[in-house]
Ligand binder design. Sequence first.
Ligand code: MLT
Ligand code: ZN
Length: 520
Amino acid sequence: MEKWRATSRHLLRHFSKDLFDRRMSPSFGTFNRQLSSVATTIQRNPLFSSINSDDISHFKEILGEKNVIHDEEKLVTANMDWMRKYRGSSKLMLQPRTTEEVSQILKYCNSRCLAVVPQGGNTGLVGGSVPVFDEVIISTSSMSKIVSFDKVSGILVCEAGCILENLVSFLDNQGFIMPLDLGAKGSCQIGGNVSTNAGGLRLVRYGSLHGNVLGLEVVLANGTVLDMLRTLRKDNTGYDLKHLFIGSEGSLGIVSKVSMLTPPKLSSVNLAFLACKDYSSCQKLLLAAKRKLGEILSAFEFLDTQALDLVLKHLEGARNPLPTSMHNFYILMETTGSNESYDKEKLEAFLLHSMEGGLISDGVLAQDINQASSFWHIREGLPEALMKAGAVYKYDLSLPVEKMYDLVEEMRIRLGPAANVVGYGHLGDSNLHLNISTPQYDDAILAQIEPFVYEWTSKHHGSISAEHGLGLMKADKIFYSKSPETVSIILVGSYLLPKSLCIDIVLLLAFKSISMTKFP
Ligand code: MLT
Ligand code: ZN
């Protein structure tokens, strides 16, 4: 322990308050930024109708005047994605308050052949939550009730429009936490989280939503309500259909209610900000943390020196926890357990051992909630800092952990000084966020990045979307991660359900290399 203490320039002190208590969660803000050019060849399907005044009157009858938004100014935000990269031209946003209203809307849209796009907090990063053309936006924002919470089982049932951070606060009062945590928690909604199978900062501990979601209520494109809202941990009565909707990005139906398992809130939380000399040390540290910290490890995030530098330059309130020298890599490592002295002893022994073994070059343990918040601010603020730095080309990749950082280095060589190549992400889940920052958007730079980045990922058997989804950005890139046979089955399966209008415009046209004539 002495060496660790002596080497670090910061006092290492354990703190045991719950970080979930007061951690500030920067909502994804908005920026005045130019749209980049989106090279999309998708054409509007001529079979879709356009909104007319009868449609608007009909929706007003179902939803009431104030829940039918057709004022152009109000639609500006809903038509634009958080990255300011995709912009639709929807003339209508509907705000249903109940499942029944969602059902009536979809039934009507289906009969009139009106294309729709579901929208939650609109914090997605791949253009999946905004209209491509003039689709009717169905916002889940007014469906934000908590239906039930069982304090013994920790099972929460809520409506799709609940903001993640509100669920975190609700559960906190009950002595529980959400198994999902991400930088956008102040704005994103649970229905969108489920529909995109959002990953986030604590997947390494609590697993993906496929494990935590126990049941769903979903409205299909023809208005049929599919009640799969079970609250059972075990149910082996044949196919578990809810999994089709987790991560299907609204292409099969609109999630209207969610039932999920929430873990109890534990009292002892520690957060360390550590420096490593090279990527190999980061990997070894991860392995050692899994082995030695085992059940208390709750987050293992990494960022490279370029990422820290960018955050320090562009993110308000960001401070370097290790200011005396820059290091090549930084790790944010969190433990969450139930026994303060046991956790402290375990963590300190681990840090000392790792420092003696040369895996850690320097580090600091948050001494209080404010310090912990400022460490998380660095990691969670990266997307915002990148947006402020200029144009950003964003890639979210799953790769074998030992290969992951090679891509960042190759990209740096490939692009030279014209671009700032930044690597960060969820190292504990082998999930790299490769971000390329340039002063302005440039098609020539994009041509240097794509398809190279997708081919590289495919060559290493990775996934071109670890957690952000396909959206408009990557729908036509699915073949880099899935075989044609698999995609065919996905398409056949999707046609067994009532034909969803949004899958038609986004996915089917993107999958144009598969003959549409094969499908009904
Ligand atoms: C994150 O981990 O910060 C989010 O997935 C957003 C991003 O990739 O930039
Ligand atoms: Zn992420």
